[in-house]
Design a protein. Structure first.
Length: 204
């Protein structure tokens, strides 16, 4: 069973829908007992860093995520804000402590005038490290993005893929059983569906 974490800030139904289409058993929940029973955990997210980490704290989800992801090593996927919250700190609104699952910092995109922020739309990704999660993709490896902030990891070792939008930024990271993407696989059609198929089979 896959649990999609409900912390009041996410585009949950579209993530659930794509997983159900590919035949996964999936629920949306923030209950401790469901997260403990989960075989895989997904933390999606659309919104601000400060609200996201604040909601996780209010719901008492940080400790259960540490236990299930860091200690029990369950396969974990962070999507968009769910990737950013893995950082040590974020700077949206004000400086906030993140989950610190993968050391790094989240900053606002600063681009030339002709490049709009937020970065919205389809872009190719550049694979930096081979992973089974990107097996079977189309040649262009095109995914859908919606974001104004981006993750800057402390170590290049976790970088799996980048994207060029005026500047090159990290769009996929991995540390052991933890994988995260800045793009939205649930909105990325063929490549997104294949990515999610790969995630439900992934053995980190």
């Amino acid at each position: 069973m896959i649990v999609i974490i409900d912390y009041g800030i996410s585009n949950l139904k579209s993530v659930k829908n794509i997983l159900e289409v590919i035949g996964a058993e999936v629920i949306i929940s923030n209950k401790k007992e469901d997260i403990e029973k989960a075989e895989r955990i997904i933390l999606p997210g659309v919104g601000s860093f400060d609200e996201g980490i604040g909601n996780l704290e209010k719901l008492g989800l940080i400790e259960i995520l540490r236990k299930e992801v860091l200690e029990k090593k369950k396969p974990f996927l962070g999507i968009c804000l769910g990737m950013q919250l893995l950082a040590t700190k974020g700077n949206e609104g004000r400086e906030n402590k993140g989950l610190n699952f993968i050391p790094g910092e989240v900053k606002r995109l600063k681009l030339k005038k002709e490049f709009k922020v937020p970065h919205v739309g389809w872009d190719d990704i550049i694979i930096k490290k081979e992973t089974p999660l990107f097996n079977g993709m189309t040649k262009d490896k095109n995914f859908y993005f919606v974001h104004s902030y981006y993750f800057i990891p402390e170590s290049d070792e976790c970088i799996v893929a980048t994207c060029n939008y005026d500047k090159e930024f990290v769009c996929a990271i991995q540390k052991g059983n933890i994988f995260a993407t800045q793009f939205h696989p649930e909105k990325s059609q063929i490549n997104g569906m294949k990515f999610m198929e790969n995630f439900i089979k992934w053995k980190p």
